[in-house]
Design a protein around this ligand. Structure first.
Ligand code: M6R
Length: 605
């Protein structure tokens, strides 16, 4: 989603802002822009499409100035046009904005009635129009920004730049993340620490409701009640913001390849010294929980869907599962003995965060499984469990998914032990199985060349169907989501047994059907469903292990996975799901890391 940058520098800031915007590209965007103040005058350049277009514009029409703000826009209100691109400027003020101003229609009507002329369709323009009106009434920039913030409803991160003010940026955080970087006689702000990597590693995170006045000499932070506030500055580890492809063609390829090492590291992080137990934060208690409520979006939701099987099977714990955008609108019944688990790579997904805030007053234990430990979801939960996957830049989530599965499996096993459902021997055996996951994932990654060949014909398909049963059903959903996201081929997933209740009507010789079926207790039933597809000329690709492939008989196409314990099968089968999407996308020549229309961190509801 939209990315924000601001710099009060010693030198020309446009090139630095452009670099920082490049580091924010992974969030997804469709236009970009920069504004600076030079010799007291605000000026801006904006361009539709990739940053190269903005960079070309700056070559022909440079933007001097040592103070500036920049933005990558993911369109919400109004198409991705230059007029709708940020920074927005009205008279002496320019603004960049991430989020949505929910009362923008009322504000726009009010301002229009007072003679304001709007030049864009965005909600953001109401902000600069308001601020400019307050400045015209004689307020100082700080007073005008503050007065504006008080009128805004919704979730946002904002940065203001003013005519005549070359040592001032005002910024605010309500709902969308914002951090401030400290330099030597320079000051920076960004949507995340990755944006500021290369400029500084000393970062202050604004808290919810904070607003701040930045100058080269210092920083003043105020809380939502306008009281001056102190927020710590912390050093960020370089590797936590490193965003190179390490020799891979795409971030997605690098992130898939990292999975064995990440799974091993995550396992070590959560293991007791002798490896016999799962170490969890003090106070996290499964013994007295009567129901687990799991909430997430997209791939993280599918991780929860797999985990539901684990919590029910290994811990006897009933699980209720919701897509975050639906959760609070169905008026869920919540009780003090419920535990809520929110899963999110970014930790900033607006719907997941809103769901967390909805349950917090009613539920004792609010747990989050996150990758970004400084995120809002991590900070607002009672127990934040990091997945230790490192920055995930590819829009299609890969390593975060398998790491989420690993941490959720650890939680389910520990819950099973604490609730007396798993004996010590079973607990130890299952932990050993989990410990073997990185090795099997590495073996699955070794099938890349075979997968690449299989996707040659798949890349010609118009639609693809994924089938699975039990834990392989969410894996089928994940496979279909990955394929849609990065290859733009329409894909659907069904529980294999559900096929004959309608979707089987779609089967013909043109429809590739990918069946995910390790040799587990549901294998035979899945294979019967696969036979129903083959009997109707469906083009089957069976993904199974040696035993499964031998028992399944002749199939049009097959992909052999290692034989693995049932517990870790979803973690291992994530690899073909990811690789099929990746290689299909490569054949089709789509933008793997930044697919059209998508944002990495979805900070609007
Ligand atoms: O950051 P989150 O894990 O909360 O993000 C949730 C979804 O937006 C995310 O998983 C999305 O579906 C991915 N692009 C899937 O690859």
């Amino acid at each position: 989603m939209c990315g924000i940058v601001g710099i009060l520098g010693k030198h020309e800031v446009s090139p630095q802002i452009l670099d920082a915007l490049k580091r924010l590209e992974y969030r997804g965007y469709d236009s970009a822009g920069i504004a600076t103040v030079h010799r007291g005058q605000l000026d801006r350049r904006r361009a539709v499409g990739k940053l190269i277009n903005l960079s070309d514009r700056l070559v022909h029409d440079p933007l001097p100035g040592k103070a500036g703000i920049g933005h990558t826009r993911w369109a919400t209100h109004g198409a991705p046009t230059e007029a709708n691109a940020h920074p927005h400027q009205t008279g002496p003020v320019a603004v960049v904005h991430n989020g949505i101003i929910e009362n923008f229609r009322a504000l726009r009507d009010e301002l229009t009635a007072q003679g304001a002329q709007f030049s864009s369709e965005t909600d953001t323009e109401t902000i600069v129009q308001l601020t400019s009106r307050y400045l015209a009434q004689g307020m100082t920039p700080v007073q005008a920004a503050r007065a504006t913030l008080k009128r805004l409803e919704g979730a946002f991160a904002l940065a203001f730049l003013f005519d005549g003010e070359e040592d001032l940026i005002i910024c605010a955080r309500r709902g969308s993340p914002l951090c401030i970087g400290h330099g030597e006689g320079e000051m920076y702000l960004g949507s995340d620490a990755i944006a500021l990597a290369g400029m500084t590693d000393r970062i202050t995170y604004l808290e919810e409701g904070d607003w701040a006045i930045l100058s080269r000499g210092g920083l003043q932070i105020f809380d939502a009640e306008d009281q001056q506030a102190t927020r710590p500055a912390a050093r960020i580890a370089v590797e936590s913001v490193q965003i190179d492809k390490s020799g891979h063609k795409h971030f997605m390829a690098k992130e898939m390849a990292q999975q064995p090492a990440i799974l091993k590291a995550a396992m070590e992080q959560y293991s007791s010294a002798d490896g016999s137990d799962v170490t969890l934060p003090e106070g996290l208690d499964f013994a007295n929980v009567d129901r687990l409520i799991m909430v997430a979006c997209g791939t993280a939701y599918y991780a929860c869907q797999v985990a539901k099987y684990w919590f029910e099977r290994y811990a006897g714990l009933p699980v209720e599962l919701d897509i975050a955008s639906e959760f609070r609108y169905r008026e869920p019944v919540l009780g003090p003995r419920n535990m809520a688990v929110f899963v999110s790579q970014s930790g900033e997904t607006a719907d997941t965060l809103a769901a967390l805030r909805h349950v917090r007053p009613h539920i004792g234990q609010v747990v989050s499984v996150v990758n970004v430990v400084t995120s809002s979801i991590a900070r607002e939960s009672s127990f934040a469990l990091p997945i230790h996957a490192g920055p995930e830049i590819g829009v299609a989530s890969t390593k975060a998914f398998t790491a989420q599965l690993q941490v959720l499996a650890l939680l389910a096993l520990r819950a099973g032990r604490d609730r007396g459902r798993l004996s010590e021997a079973d607990y130890a055996a299952r932990l050993d199985e989990l410990r073997s996951a990185p090795g099997f994932v590495a073996q699955a990654l070794d099938r890349e060349e075979e997968i690449r060949r299989l996707t040659e014909s798949l890349s010609q398909a118009r639609d693809v169907l994924f089938l699975g049963r039990g834990v392989m059903f969410p894996m089928a959903l994940e496979g279909a989501l990955k394929l849609k996201e990065i290859s733009y081929i329409h894909a659907e997933a069904y529980a294999a047994g559900e096929l004959k209740h309608g979707p089987i009507a779609l089967i013909d010789q043109d429809l590739p059907v990918i069946v995910m079926a390790p040799h587990d207790p549901l294998f035979e039933k899945t294979i019967s469903n696969m036979q129903e597809v083959m009997a109707r000329q469906g083009r089957v690709l069976l993904i199974s292990d040696a035993k499964g492939l031998a028992e399944a008989g002749e199939v049009p196409q097959a992909l052999q996975m290692p034989s693995v314990p049932d517990l870790i099968a979803p973690i291992v089968y994530a690899v073909p799901a990811q690789m099929i999407a990746y290689h299909t996308a490569l054949h089709r020549g789509t933008d793997v890391d930044q697919p059209r229309n998508l944002a990495k961190s979805v900070t609007v509801e």
